[in-house]
Design a protein. Structure first.
Length: 188
């Protein structure tokens, strides 16, 4: 989501140290409100009250179930019921990705029982590429392997946007403000 703006920022300001951390949204948001982080990438709306945080929606969330071509040759997947009965590699609870998927499945009357729960899209991708099962992640997360996988089902969430959270404008440093400007410019 923000890779291009961050790379642009790094090239223009090579003397500014940047630390990138991943984790569950709740923990990252706690670190943001404590001043330990400058910015959090998350799915919006965020359901907890944060009085000193600004939220910026950037783009619609697109997620998918995907599998390796070799896995799909061995397993016929034509309906959502087939996905239910497959070996699933899903995001670990209580991640926002998993919460959104669970809410969607509950509305559709679908029950997913993952065999594997992982907290990283890159691990999900590796398991899928090794024919372990069907993974679930953001569509953008698998662009680099699109020749080796097939989409099993895409899900678009109209009410959920990918975005960023930052401390209120008067609480952030100039470098963070500039990075936020780069991010917003990319998604105008």
């Amino acid at each position: 989501l923000i890779t291009e703006p961050v790379i642009k920022f790094m090239k223009e300001y090579p003397n500014i140290d940047i630390s990138i951390e991943s984790g569950i949204t709740e923990g990252l948001m706690q670190k943001l409100t404590n001043g330990e982080l400058d910015l959090v990438v998350l799915n919006l709306p965020y359901n907890k009250k944060c009085s000193n945080v600004d939220f910026f929606a950037l783009k619609k969330s697109n997620y998918c179930f995907f599998a390796s071509k070799a896995y799909l040759k061995k397993h016929s997947i034509t309906t959502f019921k087939d996905i239910e009965e497959s070996t699933l590699i899903l995001p670990k609870r209580p991640s926002a990705k998993r919460r959104m998927l669970d809410e969607y499945c509950e509305k559709e009357g679908i029950i997913l029982n993952p065999k594997y729960e992982v907290s990283s899209s890159s691990i999900t991708k590796r398991l899928v590429l090794n024919n372990i099962g069907i993974g679930y992640t953001k569509v953008e997360s698998i662009e680099d392997v699109k020749n080796d996988i097939e989409f099993v089902k895409k899900l678009e969430f109209d009410n959920i946007k990918e975005g960023i959270a930052t401390l209120k404008k008067n609480m952030i440093n100039k470098a963070t403000a500039k990075l936020i400007e780069y991010i917003k410019d990319k998604y105008k």
